[in-house]
Design a protein around this ligand. Sequence first.
Ligand SMILES: *Cc1c(COP(=O)(O)O)cnc(C)c1O
Length: 362
Amino acid sequence: MTSLEFHRHLNLQAKGVAERDAILANPGFCDFMTDHMVDICWSEKGGWHRPRIQPYGPIELDPAAAVLHYGQEIFEGLKAYRHADGSIWTFRPDANARRFQASAARMSLPELPVEYFLESLKALISVDGDWVPSEPDTSLYLRPFMFGKEAFLGVRPAKKIAFYVIAGPAGPYFTGGVAPVNIWLSENYSRAGKGGTGAAKTGGNYAASLIAQNEAYANGCQQVLFLDSTTNTFIEELGGMNVVLVYKDGSLVTPLSDSILPGITRDSVLVLAEELGHKVTRRPVTIQEWREGAESGEIVEAFACGTAAMVTPIGQIKAKDFTIGSADAVAGELTLSLRAALADIQYGRSEDTHGWMYRLDG
Ligand SMILES: *Cc1c(COP(=O)(O)O)cnc(C)c1O
């Protein structure tokens, strides 16, 4: 297969215009999914085959399918943005495609060629493009994922694999808009360990984070911050977002560790910050440094970043025995300007000087 010829099976029960528009007016975050999904099979003998567009709906799996028992699964998350002229674009999908390959390698899954990843996104938009909303700060969230579907209970990499892309319209991830989020410091649970799967976008990392996320909710926080599992002193990331600290001299620091998911939002924001003259450093950072820096005034802002919530200011960090920052913290100035600069590129309001935007329609 060089270029994919998708077999199209259109959804005869696709939502009507009025119903779809009502959903797009108030989408939540993927509370509803579009009418179709893309699916490509892989087998050890046949490689990638049978690319299809089909009606969105349940997947039939053998109860012994590998993913249901041993969690052999990876995913990606990116967004389709509607520009003022009606065209539909996504942001750095080649980076998502390469990260999907890296996650696949770590989880002993086959690597989907970058072109197939991109063509799959375009194929879905070719049938569900009308699902891309046009209100400010809305998008169509795209979710490619892959898993072992071979039926067997022995432990080894599956020889039959499924790849899908599904999508759902999305408003802001945090309902508070750009209000700062409060974060719970997880001291009892780690997200990932040395030599583990922390740098792969795989469901198991999220499964491992849920108990700490529940602790966060119980303590009035929306997100959880994880420390390194070896020494419990270095900050890593949130359950699904990277962290960046802003120092009073205007420099930015983000944790360096091989158990952190290398975020494309973080990378992009740091590129923009460097272009604005800010020094950017990737190095290990302890929670102690954050605590003391916030108290002394050395650290003046902190933000979380990821595709879903984009750039979100961090308000207070709460831990069992201490807090960082005040309960009435407001969004930082640099945080908000970086968020705006990124959004302007993604929504086509400013020039894409980096070649980051990729057209999905037409
Ligand atoms: C997806 C993800 C991120 C953010 O990555 P982006 O490419 O910016 O969306 C950060 N941390 C984790 C654990 C993730 O799964």
